[in-house]
Design a binder for this molecule. Sequence first.
Ligand code: GUN
Length: 282
Amino acid sequence: MPAKIISGKQIAADIRQELKAEVSELRRNQIFPKLVVVLVGNHPASESYVKGKIRAAEEIGMESVLIRLEDTISEQELLDKVDELNKDTTVHGILVQLPLPKQISEQRIIEAIAAEKDVDGFHPESVGRMVIGLETFLSCTPQGIIELLQRSDVPIQGKHAVVVGRSNIVGKPVALLLLQKDATVTICHSKTSDLAAITKQADILIAAVGRAEMITRDHVKPGAVVIDVGVNRTEKGLVGDVKFDEVSEIASAITPVPGGVGPMTITMLMANTIESAKRHAR
Ligand code: GUN
């Protein structure tokens, strides 16, 4: 039986409806959640991601501002801009789109964003709090993946989740969130030997490596749930890390690319910004 397609697009649309209602309730109480997105330069993929974020904010009735800066900007000028946004009490979420030009240390910028406005969840304080299970902003893609699983009624507790990829923004945090939901978690990466032997044990397989269609049917146990985080631009167009056609024949459920994890990431950014505005009001 072919896999059920987990439509991130549909689930994200449902959540955005809920968020829209929440924003209008907050606005009635004079709370106006506001997201500021900073785009340095005009990296084509970043342009497209940033547009998606601004559009999503508009869709749910939330205020958003896009600040465009020249790619020749110095690190100090960007730090000054971040500082100004940190001090602006009308701003609840600050997102500096990555990657940044080479004269700027991404880590320094991430650490300059006030933790209480870090809706990306990239600040070391946010990451540290996540690791020990304290209230914080969870980074958006990992949080979106958990929402996708939960809203698709995929059980996590006691299941073997295998994460392929160990990036700071997806692999490591999603592994920890799955662990918090009582999965047994294995993390694989580019140096893992006999990858397929491990991924074949997965009840839940998360592919977050950034290599076009590297997960084939030989990597997947029949009946597994497969979440494809890859966004790879190839001559064929946008493809994931999973060879969709063949894996969807044996998985029990699978996310498509596009229309899977991507819309969830943006939606979680909106949720984090609303949460930030609520915390600020308390
Ligand atoms: N570049 C690609 N994805 C992201 C993201 O989630 N946040 C930021 N700030 N930059 C990105």
